[in-house]
Write a protein that binds this ligand. Structure first.
Ligand SMILES: [Zn+2]
Ligand SMILES: [Zn+2]
Length: 165
């Protein structure tokens, strides 16, 4: 898939909304099951080719998905195509995660915002299990607040300097 011409990928990325802090939401056709779908004209044929958007995004960055594996949404937002929110798992694992009792899920395998605390999303810090998606969102908020604070300090500094001159 990564061998597709640039213009097709450009078309693909036009349907992705990356303005939020975490998830990259697919804003074109969404399948009733919640997954984004991308359709293109098949070259040298009048048939169309339809693929799941999150799988395409993952393949764009990481290469082909091995046949026996599927992608699990760590953020539980099926419209999301952020490769950092996707994890390659076996089909069996994916089914097991889906049917785990919800109380147990909430306690052990999900953060307070419902992201899966597993695989690429699990960050262990001082023996605590933390969620990478939430960490990066919090970091972005912190950086933003911090920038406002620094700007304010700089303004104060300049004002004081001018007052002394
Ligand atoms: Zn996501
Ligand atoms: Zn989280």
């Amino acid at each position: 898939m990564s061998k597709w011409p640039k213009r097709i990928w450009a078309l693909f990325w036009m349907h992705v909304d990356r303005n939020g802090t975490g998830c990259w939401n697919w804003n074109a056709y969404v399948h009733p099951l919640g997954y984004g779908k991308f359709t293109i004209d098949r070259p040298h044929s009048n048939k169309k080719l339809t693929k799941m958007a999150h799988r395409l995004s993952w393949e764009f960055f990481n290469g082909r998905i091995p046949k026996n594996l599927c992608l699990d949404h760590l953020c539980r937002n099926r419209k999301c195509v952020n490769p950092e929110h996707l994890e390659l798992v076996t089909l069996r694992e994916n089914i097991l995660r889906g049917i785990a009792p919800s109380a147990q899920q909430a306690r052990q395998t999900h953060c307070k915002n419902g992201h899966r605390l597993q695989g690429g999303n699990l960050y262990i810090f001082k023996n605590k299990r933390e969620c990478k998606i939430c960490r990066s969102i919090n970091q972005k908020i912190w950086q933003k607040e911090n920038r406002l604070y620094i700007n304010k300090k700089q303004r104060e500094y300049r004002r004081n300097k001018n007052a002394l001159a």
